[in-house]
Ligand binder design. Sequence first.
Ligand code: ATP
Ligand code: MG
Length: 283
Amino acid sequence: MTGAESREETSGGATAAACPPAIITDGLTRRFGLVTAVDHLNLSVAPGSISGLVGPNGAGKSTTLKMLTTLLPPSEGSARVAGFDVARRPREVRRRIGYVPQLLSADGGLTGYENLMVFAMLYDVPRKERKDRIWQALRMMGLEEAGAALVKTYSGGMIRRLEIAQAVLHRPAILFMDEPTVGLDPVARRAVWEHVRELRARFGATILLTTHYMEEADDLCDVVAIMHQGKVVAAGSPASLKAQAGEGATLDDAFVHFTGNLMETGGAYRDAARTRRTARRLG
Ligand SMILES: Nc1ncnc2c1ncn2[C@@H]1O[C@H](COP(=O)(O)OP(=O)(O)OP(=O)(O)O)[C@@H](O)[C@H]1O
Ligand SMILES: [Mg+2]
């Protein structure tokens, strides 16, 4: 599979084939000066699927998500999200999506409830519905008990779950999450996975996430696209990617097979640096 030449189909299940894709890109490209961060990307994400973008640091994952969420204009090519062109109809796209950014965005000086209220106003959730929606989102993310506490008293896992709650308050059809479980311990990570699965089950949301944890991609995603130097170098179900990497291969092996990279170069440092930044911000 080349990614650049052929469109990588991602399918969420048997019924998804007949529906138009939730996300489709055509030669999507972003340059920063001489760096081509995303290089003629052709992706197709089926509605109702949980899809994962994986790849080494600097592969272009976050840049792809920023273009799909209308935060960054493409240099070339196009993308449609929920049926609307990201460059021509950004407002229509924004109304239908939620975004959990790579860096933490919750305010430590506010309670969980207050953080969600900010987003309820930002997303134009009708005034009468705000309170109910906020408690519903807190409940769904397992934060009901913690809703009245200041976010600076939350664990990393609770903060990430709050940020997912923020991103789904307005019930978006499509949810983008950039490294939703970075820096979380294995138990907290699994709790996030369960909540993400519930989001799909309850609202039929389409989810596109990035991750450096191959176990996460394997467990959570219907389809995984492996990015390297701005291109998709392989895409398919975790099982098919593993099969292509050889008998008995793990998704880690498939990652190395397709990118020629060793996993997580500098990953521990990056996680630690982020955790420290977060602690400073929330402290
Ligand atoms: N605002 C920017 N200005 C200049 N270069 C940028 C900018 N944002 C990203 N880049 C460059 O684009 C390339 C892709 O970056 P991107 O953040 O999309 O990678 P990533 O796959 O998300 O990496 P990571 O796993 O480290 O989060 C990198 O070479 C990066 O340095
Ligand atoms: Mg990134």
